[in-house]
Design a protein around this ligand. Structure first.
Ligand code: PHE
Length: 357
């Protein structure tokens, strides 16, 4: 630390003073020492202040040049002082961070709020409607045996009906050298699994993921969900099927919905139908409607009375028991309800889409 000099200041003495002050500053490790340094150089009676005062003893010429140098020296030291303080603070922060202490100066990170996937929401909504009507909810395996996915559903090996389900086979051969394992192409295998494991009366819905060996487009995905429905008991008729599914349509799509059944073919039901609802966008009008493509009707599921062969297959007495089954696609229902135009949005993981639900 230089003593205030009583000599008139020169450019050289100012330069020396600045250098030694700066060098000293750089060795200081804490804010208290830095403040003592500030007082001793820049304070009211500090060395540099004294120099500035000494300017008055100089002639006008020198006063101008040396005065400018002294002012610059003051600015330089003030700058360095500020930087030193900043540096000491930074280092203190880093030390406390590395000691795992809480850095209260960091703004908190807002927790990202999650939400349910639109498929999850609609699956729950569908299941809730059936639960309210007395159905239970069961789930089953996504990797399935040929036996349940096809055989037990009255779709024998080599039967052309197998072409209705483009199948992803698992690379596994049974002792007979057959591909016996697959990714389930629908939730219907659970019909047989459930009936095998319990006695009527049965009322269940089965939500779950299905897979198909399929080129994707706006209405086809290679994986998607289904909700299967199954009701078995004494004296169940097609009227029960209609009543149940009509109620479902009204609860899902609105009180004033009408429904339509047309013949359709699925090997495990007889008779088999597809069920449509009248279009909620155009109220069944049809003309120029984008949602129902001018028809006034929207197909929402396949259904039918369980084929006697399926009941026999699980050992049920077909004189005593009858039942109905249905299968619907939640993504398709969500697309209709929310006006989504491409099924590929569901699993593209684009938050701009997912955040809308
Ligand atoms: N499992 C059928 C499908 O995927 C749908 C269906 C289920 C049809 C139950 C009738 C009864 O196409």
């Amino acid at each position: 630390m230089s003593e205030p000099s009583s000599q008139p200041p020169t450019a050289q003495s100012i330069d020396e003073l600045t250098r030694s002050a700066a060098a000293e500053l750089n060795t200081l490790e804490n804010l208290e020492a830095v403040d003592r340094w500030r007082v001793s150089y820049l304070g009211r009676r500090g060395s540099l202040t004294t120099v500035l005062r000494g300017l008055s003893s100089l002639n006008i010429e020198d006063r101008r040049t040396i005065g400018a140098a002294a002012n610059q020296a003051k600015n330089t030291l003030e700058d360095q002082l500020e930087r030193r303080i900043h540096r000491i603070n930074e280092e203190a922060l880093q030390r406390s961070a590395s000691q795992d202490r809480l850095d209260v100066t960091l703004p908190g990170r807002p927790p990202g709020k999650g939400r349910l996937h639109p498929t999850t929401k609609i699956v729950r909504e569908i299941c809730n409607v059936f639960v309210a009507m007395g159905f239970g909810v069961v789930e089953g395996p996504e990797v399935e045996w040929d036996h349940y996915n096809f055989e037990m559903l009255n779709i024998p090996k080599g039967h052309p009906a197998r072409d209705m389900w483009n199948t992803l086979w698992v690379d596994y051969e049974d002792p007979a050298g057959e591909n016996a394992m697959l990714l389930r192409t629908h939730t219907s295998p659970m019909q047989a699994r459930i009936m095998e494991s319990r006695e009527p009366p049965i009322r269940v819905v089965v939500p779950g993921k299905c897979y198909r060996y399929e080129a994707t487009d706006a209405t086809h995905e290679w994986h998607f969900y289904q909700v299967e429905g199954l009701a078995v008991g004494e004296g169940i008729t097609f009227a029960d099927l209609k009543g149940t599914l009509y109620e479902f349509a009204r609860r899902m799509f609105g009180e004033e919905r009408r429904i339509r059944f047309r013949c359709d073919y699925f090997p495990f039901v007889e008779p088999g139908v597809d069920m449509s609802i009248d279009c909620f966008a155009c109220q069944g009008d049809g003309d120029g409607c984008r949602i129902c493509r001018d028809s006034g009707w929207i197909e929402i599921m396949g259904a039918g009375m369980i084929h006697p062969k399926v009941l026999e297959g699980v050992g049920y007495d077909t004189d005593k028991y009858t039942g109905f089954a249905f299968g619907l696609g939640p993504e398709r229902i969500a697309m209709l309800k929310y006006g989504i135009d491409d099924i590929r949005h569901f699993y593209a993981n684009d938050l701009r889409f997912l955040r809308q639900f």
